[in-house]
Ligand binder design. Structure first.
Ligand SMILES: Cc1cc2nc3c(=O)[nH]c(=O)nc-3n(C[C@H](O)[C@H](O)[C@H](O)COP(=O)(O)OP(=O)(O)OC[C@H]3O[C@@H](n4cnc5c(N)ncnc54)[C@H](O)[C@@H]3O)c2cc1C
Length: 416
């Protein structure tokens, strides 16, 4: 890691979850020891995780100016896109502004979405709120009686689909509709299997109370007409409408290695294999679970390494993923009023507990930043935020140690 420059010049490519967490962390840990440059193609940070609430008018995705963030932490913001990395020269080629040198580079460029099923509403968190409202209107008008929520193979963070299913159930209940058939189809062995058996059972109970049928260990594959066939059984999916999550793949950047799906290969410390002084964090890496909270934890681990290398008094702690999920279930429906509880016992048992609103994507630095911007709340008061929405937060320490890169997101974890 080159620390010959003084202060060390760290360039962060990206303006999303991992990039913002990393910038805030590095500013806090290394201060003036590091000169920071952010390269992001869009002017705002947007918390897309809240998009699932929008069709139900329960909340909305927030946007925050990256220029303001850069000003606050003394970073330079370059409004541009990285096209290629020249590892030997320590240079980036940008789409509009030419060459930019770096001492250390962190790629936090995320992933791109692909539609898995042509006939489905694919919920990417981008623009489909209106489509979804159309679906709700069709349910309300009895034009649609059955909806399947389908997790395509390869999607490793299925939680948004559970939110959509549960909030749709709540909405149909509020419409006075009692004959809508809602089902969730997933390659997962059990609902939100990644959170472990106890949390998974609690989510299964939640689905059952909402009358959402769960079919696990099942892959949906489109036939020539785009209708979905369920594997391994081979039967056709019985639903008038389908809502799906996208599959995701890496965004190719010249000079940066990628696996067969374009994800950047990193070691457990976030170092990009084969490129000196280049790190990567977030959805764009080969870390198997693509989730915002985990992206932040990757960013924090890299920030500690870089701060220590720049001479700050920081002892880097290795990346140990802890999975936290905040499941929006909708407001006011009786069958959703019971929060999940229990399981927080001793040892390695999963822990279920309430978590504050701004931790939907949970970042050590990102969450207080968002809380402060959204409500002008003092950071110290963050834990006192009283969230009125019924929501379920699940925290599961993944004691996977060195096996973190080999997580299977579809199978229940046995906590060790
Ligand atoms: C609907 C939905 C609900 C979700 N719910 C949750 C949730 O409840 N909890 C949770 O933890 N996670 C959730 N997630 C996942 C979470 O949003 C992602 O895991 C997280 O955003 C990944 O962070 P990232 O920084 O890797 O990528 P992103 O946040 O996508 O950021 C990538 C950034 O890189 C920029 N970029 C792209 N290419 C380049 C380039 N060539 N040069 C420079 N910049 C570039 C992009 O413009 C963007 O700013 C949800 C996602 C969606 C879509």
């Amino acid at each position: 890691m080159p620390t010959t420059e003084s202060p060390a010049h760290v360039v962060i490519a990206g303006g999303g979850v991992a990039a913002v967490e990393l910038a805030l962390a590095l500013h806090d840990l290394a201060g003036p020891r590091v000169r920071l440059t952010l390269v992001a193609p869009q002017p705002d940070f947007e918390l897309r995780a809240l998009r699932t609430a929008e069709p139900f008018s329960a909340d909305h995705a927030r946007r925050h100016s990256l220029a303001d963030l850069a000003g606050r932490i003394g970073a330079r913001l370059v409004a541009d896109r990285v096209l290629a990395v020249d590892g030997d020269r320590h240079e980036l080629r940008l789409a509009a502004s030419g060459i930019l040198g770096y001492g250390t580079l962190v790629l936090a460029t995320g992933a791109r979405h692909r539609t898995a099923y042509s006939r489905a509403i694919t919920f990417t968190g981008d623009t489909e709120s209106q489509d979804y409202q159309g679906l709700l209107a069709d349910l309300d008008g009895h034009w649609t009686r059955s909806v399947a929520f389908v997790v395509p193979p390869g999607t490793t963070w299925p939680l948004p689909l559970y939110e959509l299913a549960l909030m749709t159930a709540r909405e149909t209940h509020a419409m006075g509709i009692d004959d809508a058939r809602l089902q969730l189809v997933s390659p997962e062995a059990t609902p939100l299997a990644l959170f472990g058996p106890e949390a998974s059972q609690a989510v299964a109970d939640l689905l059952a109370r909402a009358n959402v049928t769960f079919t696990g260990n099942t892959y949906a594959r489109p036939d020539a007409e785009g209708r979905l066939q369920l594997l391994p059984g081979g039967e056709r999916l019985d639903a008038e409408r389908v809502v799906a999550l996208p599959t995701i793949e890496g965004i190719p950047i010249g000079g940066v290695p990628g696996d067969d799906r374009g994800f950047i290969p990193v070691d457990p410390d976030g170092r990009v294999r084969g490129l000196a002084d280049v790190y990567a964090a977030g959805d764009g890496t080969t870390f198997p679970v693509k989730q915002g909270g985990l992206a932040c934890q990757q960013a924090d681990a890299i920030a500690e390494l870089l701060a220590a290398a720049a001479g700050a008094d920081v002892t880097p702690t290795p990346f140990r993923p802890v999975l936290r999920g905040r499941l929006l279930t909708g407001r006011g429906a009786q069958f959703l009023e019971h929060p999940l509880a229990g399981g927080a016992g001793a040892g390695a048992r999963p822990e279920l507990r309430l978590w504050s609103a701004h931790r939907k994507v949970d970042g050590r630095y990102l969450s207080p930043w968002l809380a402060e911007l959204d409500g002008a709340i003092a950071v110290d008061d963050l834990d006192d935020l009283d969230d009125q929405e019924p929501a379920v937060d699940i925290e599961v320490p993944l004691s996977v140690g060195r096996d973190a890169m080999r997580l299977d997101p579809y199978s229940p974890l046995s906590p060790r």
